[in-house]
Design a protein around this ligand. Structure first.
Ligand code: COA
Length: 295
């Protein structure tokens, strides 16, 4: 434990994720900053074991600033890349504009640079990160009309409940096949679990024949979206559509649908949250999208 000399009274700590007391103080800060209830993560043992916090604590023991890092293994352009992701970046309101974020990002990136060539993050405030070498990456929307498609109505389907079926979901994440050869996440699934736990519109369809789960939701403009597919096998589009109660006229994909071999319309994705990368990424102009439930 070291006391940061320029910030009297504050204590810098990192790598304490397994310390339940300190972790609870960090969860308090993250929960208050992003209006999130992280209790379900502990209850259902869905915390990413790779999560590495870099934080400041005040004299009362409260966590007042944090930058988190976690493993983000990817398939990128057909290759496996062991990237890292920055997450849970926050400073308590009373401590803002004193350089804590800058200090913690610098410390976290020093640690990351010894371990990975690529760092990735998602932010609503992209102006924070270019000074640290991050570049904003434009994502794309992938949409198709279903009128000309075939649907396999014989596919057996079961709706999953993220809490009741947590163990099945964890296994599917462990054994998953890449959803895309352009960009697919192979992460632990913590963000997915949180999204499914808090968002009632996020539906999980399990297709036993493929040992795969399709997560569906509505995009910002109300289009039906297949956000992600997690499982041993990526089912063909006919099975994915056949698993739905009603076939929507338009389907949007939350990932590049190259493995589904379907014709899609590709347009720019306009949204506040930006994906930013530091290090070698896809060639500029390669259409990609990261599932909302993935980072
Ligand atoms: C964004 C946040 C982490 C900044 O923390 P902080 O400890 O106050 O930041 P710092 O004092 O280290 O500021 C570092 C630099 O970022 C700038 N900055 C701080 N907050 C900013 C903001 N919201 N937008 C743009 N720039 C900002 C500062 O002006 C400073 O610039 P300088 O080095 O040129 O003086 C904090 O405001 C916060 O927790 N916000 C809510 C959660 C959030 O938005 N997290 C980031 C999402 S990825």
């Amino acid at each position: 434990m070291t006391t940061e000399p320029n910030l009297p009274g504050l204590v810098y700590r990192s790598h304490y994720a397994a310390d339940t007391k300190m972790r609870a103080r960090l969860d308090d800060l993250i929960g208050a900053t992003f209006s999130l209830d992280l209790g379900a993560l502990t209850e259902f043992d869905f915390q990413d074991p790779s999560f590495t916090p870099f934080s400041y604590f005040d004299e009362s023991g409260a966590c007042i600033a944090n930058v988190g890092v976690y493993a983000m293994p990817l398939i990128l352009d057909g290759r496996r890349v062991d990237a890292l992701a920055l997450q849970s970046v926050c400073t308590a309101p009373a401590w803002r504009m004193r350089g804590l974020f800058r200090d913690l990002v610098t410390r976290a990136l020093k640690w990351c640079d010894e371990r990975a060539d690529l760092i990735i993050l998602k932010t609503d405030t992209p102006s924070l990160y270019p000074r640290f070498g991050f570049k904003a990456r434009s994502q794309s929307r992938f949409r198709m009309e279903t009128a000309e498609t075939t649907q396999d109505r014989s596919v057996e389907t079961r709706m999953l409940d993220i809490r009741g079926d947590a163990e099945l979901v964890k296994r599917l994440f462990r054994d998953r096949a890449p959803v895309s050869n352009t960009l697919a996440l192979s992460d632990y699934g913590t963000i997915f679990f949180l999204e499914a736990a808090v968002n009632p519109a996020f539906a999980l369809h399990y297709l036993p024949a493929f040992d795969a789960m399709m997560a569906t939701c509505k995009s910002a403009d109300g289009t039906f979206q297949i956000d992600n597919i997690i499982g041993r096998d990526i089912p063909p589009l006919s099975a994915l559509l056949g698993a739905l109660d009603e076939i929507p006229e338009i389907v949007e994909f939350g990932f590049p649908p190259d493995r589904l071999a379907v014709g899609v319309e590709v347009t720019p994705l306009e949204q506040m949250a930006q994906i930013m990368t530091r290090g070698p990424f896809l060639p500029d102009g390669t259409p990609f999208r990261v599932p909302a439930s993935g980072i």
